[in-house]
Design a protein around this ligand. Structure first.
Ligand SMILES: [Zn+2]
Ligand SMILES: [Zn+2]
Ligand SMILES: [Zn+2]
Length: 153
């Protein structure tokens, strides 16, 4: 996430959508803000939340994340054929950011530039379909891996 996280901007989203920012929701949100660069599974989020709020249940954390996704402050991504992963989403950003995954080492990088405007426009022109979002995962070999693979030859 390239923009500086303004905590209040996230808190306001709740008010705007008619939800209360309960203590539990605030703790989960603060964890996502703290780990905004990472792509966490529900279990990983749960473990971090539990350290601060030991009585919370996994189901509550899961429901909270789904609510965050609904109001547009979390994006879900399926990266490595393991678990669905979640990451904070800037409410100002219209669409989800893209991901680049290295097939060799599993490294994940965020790509903030949408660059899909032309595709979105063409889909509308050709199919009358309005693109409201997208989940893009590009698979390949990262810079470090190509260098080390190259040097083995
Ligand atoms: Zn887009
Ligand atoms: Zn790699
Ligand atoms: Zn990401």
């Amino acid at each position: 996430m390239c923009s500086i996280v303004k905590q209040n901007e996230f808190y306001n989203v709740f008010k705007e959508n008619g939800y209360r920012l309960t203590t539990q929701r605030k703790i989960v949100l603060d964890i996502l803000i703290e780990y905004k660069e990472e792509h966490l599974s529900i279990k990983e989020i749960f473990d971090k939340v539990k350290e601060i709020y030991p009585h919370i249940g996994m189901a509550t954390v899961y429901r909270t994340i789904l609510l965050f996704e609904k109001v547009g402050i979390v994006q879900s991504i399926y990266l490595n054929n393991d678990y669905m992963r979640y990451q904070l989403k800037d409410p100002q950003e219209k669409h989800f950011h893209h991901h680049v995954v290295c097939e060799h080492c599993g490294a994940v990088f965020d790509i903030q530039d949408d660059l899909l405007e032309l595709l979105e426009e063409q889909v509308f022109i050709q199919k009358g379909f309005t693109v409201t979002n997208h989940k893009v995962v590009l698979i390949g070999i990262c810079k470090e891996c190509s260098e080390s693979l190259g040097s083995q030859n």
